[in-house]
Design a protein. Sequence first.
Lengths: 332, 345
Amino acid sequence: MKRHSEKEIWGIVIFLSLVAGVGFVAGHSRRSVTTSAAAINPVIEIADASRQSNPPAPINTKKTTKPAPADLTILNGKEFVDVLPSLETLARSGNLEAARVLYQRLRSCVGFEDASDEAIRDRENANYQQQLGISRRIRSEYPDRPENPMFSEASLKQAHESALKAAFDRRDLCTSLTPLQISRHLDWERFALERHDRKTILDATKPDSTEVRGAERVRNAERLADMAEIEGNELNKLISTGDLVALERAAYAYGSDSTGLLRRDPELAYMYTYALSLAGGTRNDLHQISATMESLASGRPLHPPLSAQQVDAARARGLALFQSCCAKGTHD
Amino acid sequence: MSTYRSALTVLAAAIVLITGYELGSSRLVDTRTQVIAALPLSNSAPTQTQSPNTWQRITARSELLRNKRKEQTAELPSGPFGRNISDLRRLADAGNADAAYALAKGYRDCQFFVPPKDDSEVAQRAEDSTVMQLNVVDQIVDQVKNTAEKQGKNIGKIPEVAIQPVYQGNLRAGQDQVRQCTGVDTDDARDWMVWQKRATELGNPEAELTYWILMVQSADMLSVEELVQDKQLASAALQDAVSRGDSRALIAIGEVLQNGWFAEADPYLAYAYFYAASQAPYASIHTLPWMGQSIFAVLANPDNTQTYLQQHLDRAGSSLTPAQQLAAQQLGLALFEQCCKWNGA
C-alpha cells in the first residue's frame, strides 16, 4: 500500500511538472501572437540600408522580349519598355551604357503624374506661349539688339514640338512601368557607380542628379547615403588620375547651395577649387575659380564664412591634392 | 477518497498551469523593467568613512541637479517671444523641452520678419496678403470648375470666400508678429529647426508629433546623412508619443505609412493605425499640430478628425480586400487598446 502510494505521488509530481512546463511554454509564446505589439515597433521601420553589390534582380515578367538595339540612346518610351528585359540582361553582363540608359530613363518617371493628351498639349502650349511672349517683348523693348537665334520664333516652335514629343514619350514610358520598376533607378545608378562608370560618377555630382526630392529623398535616405559614400570615393579615384572634369565637378558638388547626393562642405569645396586653380586654364576659367573661392570663403546664405585657418588648411590640402593628382599631367 | 484525491490533483494541476503561464509571459513583458532594474545605481561600493569635503561635494552636486531639474520643469516666461529669448535659451540648455519648443516655434514664426515702419504698413501688408490669397483661391476655383466642366460634372455653386474675415485674420497675424518678433535676430531665427530637433529629443509632445512632417518638408535642404539621422529621431518620437498614450500619434503614423515617407507605403498597416485612431473621441482638426492653419489648409482639409480619418480610411482601404480590411480593423483595435485606452482616450 505504501509502495503503491509513493508511486502514485511520483506520478502526480511528474504530471504536475509537465503541466507547469506546458503553461510556461504557452505563456512564453503569448507575446509573439499579439500582433499589435509587433506592429507598434516595426511600423515606421526605416528602409533597409544594407549594401547591395549584386546587380538588381530582374522584375520584368515579360516572357518574350525584343533585343536591345545597338544605339540605346535613341529608344523612345514604348521601345524602351519593349526592350527593358534585354537592357537589364545587357547591364547585368557589364554593359554600363545599358545601366546608364536604365537609370536615366527610369528616374525620368519619378514623381510622374498621368495626364490626358489634351492636358499635355495645354501645358506645353502654355509654356510655348509664355516663351513666345517673352521673346516678343524683348524684341519690342530692344529693337536694336541682334536676335538670339535660340529665341527666334522658328527655334521656339521647333523647341515646342520637341517638348511636346518628349512629353508624350514620357507619358508612354511612365504609364507602362510599375512603381517597383521605377524605384529601381537608384539600384542601376549604384550599379554603374560601383563599376567605376565615369559618366555616372560625373552625372551624380549634379545637385538634381538623382531626381530624388522631397518625400522620395526621405524614403531613400539610407540608399542615398550609401551611394554618396561610393560617389565620393569614386570621384576621388577619378581625380587621382588627373581628371580635371572630375576635379571641377567635385568643387561644384561640395560647394553648391543646392543639396544633391554629396554633402555640402565649403572647406572641401575650397580645397578642390584651389587644386583646380593650380591646374591653370584660360583667363575666364581662372577668374571664375577665383570668384568661387572668394564666395566660399566669405560664406553664403546657407553656410557661415570660412575662418582664416580653414582657408589656410584648405589651401594646404588643395596644394597636396594638386601635387599628387595633377602636377605631372591632366586630362579632361 | 479516490474522487477527492483526483479533484485535488486537477486543482493542483490548474494552479501549476496558471503559475507556469504567468512566469513564462512575465519573462518577456517585463524586459524593460528588468533593464531598468539592472542599471547600476553607483559605480563602486560606498566606503566606510567619508571626509567632510566629500559630503560638501555631494551636497553641491545634489543642489546643482535639483536646480537643473527645476529648470527642466520650470514654467515658461510669459510675454512677447522677442523679449524672452535669453530666458528660453537658458531653460532649453538645461533640458527644458517646452522651452526648446517655444524657441523653435517663435523663431520659425519670425524667420522672415521685417519690422514695419508704422501701423499703416502692417495694414498695407495685410491687404496685400489678402489680395494675393483671394487671387490664388480664385485660380484654384477656376481650375476645379474647368476640370469638372471637361469631365461633364456639375459641382454646383462654390461659395465665395468672405473678404473681411480673411483680411481681419491677416491683420491680427501681422500685429501679433510685430509684437512677438520685435527684437529677434533673423539669423538666429533661420536655425529654428535646430531647436525643433532639440525639443523633439527632449520629448516635447507637440514637437514629437510634428518632427516627421517638418523633416519631409525640409528634405531638399538636408544632406542625406542628416536625413538618415532625422528619420530615426522622427520614428522614435512617434513611438514615444504612442507610448505616452497620445492617439494623435496613431494618425501621424498612419500618414507616414500611407504616404510611404519612411519606407515603402503600407496601406494595410496605415489602415490599422487610422482605424485605431478612430477609436479615440473625435476632435477639431486643429488638435493635430501638423495641420496647417493657412487659408489654403483650411479650405483643403475637413474641420474635424472624424471626416479626416474617414477620408484616410477610404483611401487606404481602397487597395485592400474586405478580408484585409477586417484583419486591419482587428489590429487597429488591439493597437488602440495598447496605446491609448488606459489614457482615457
